[in-house]
Design a protein around this ligand. Structure first.
Ligand SMILES: [Zn+2]
Ligand SMILES: [Zn+2]
Length: 128
């Protein structure tokens, strides 16, 4: 039986906000974007909905970047480049990685590769 979920404008707005950007934002960013148009929005509501989206597979979590969990509404398999300096997260096409043999451990259903480094903008700033 499918759980009937009440239509929630906040829920919709949070998901739409995530889908409108490829910056892989943190919860605080989503909150800051929506707060002006949804004055009674709380950061706790944003976190609660993000946790829900994560659970039902609408968004993925890239990981912790400079102390913040970063979210991605693009759930297709792809890799990421993360700048350690400014926290920029950029999409990369899925890279060819040699798949280790995981059969002995179980069945793999997802895999992600993350590249860490320093983005060109930050490299330029360091030069200047
Ligand atoms: Zn950077
Ligand atoms: Zn991504």
């Amino acid at each position: 039986m499918e759980k009937v979920r009440r239509y929630s404008p906040k829920r919709e707005a949070i998901l739409a906000c995530l889908r409108s950007t490829d910056s892989h934002p943190a919860a605080e960013w989503v909150y800051a974007q929506l707060k002006p148009s949804i004055p009674d929005l709380s950061l706790a509501t944003v976190y609660r909905n993000l946790a829900q989206f994560r659970q039902d597979g609408s968004v993925t979590v890239i990981g912790n970047v400079n102390g913040e969990e970063r979210y991605d509404a693009d759930t297709h398999p792809h890799s990421h480049f993360i700048c350690r300096s400014c926290g920029k997260v950029a999409d990369l096409p899925m890279s060819r990685v040699e798949m280790p043999d995981t059969a002995a451990l179980g069945r793999t259903d997802s895999c992600s590769v993350t590249f860490y480094g320093c983005c060109n903008a930050c490299l330029e700033k360091k030069k200047a």
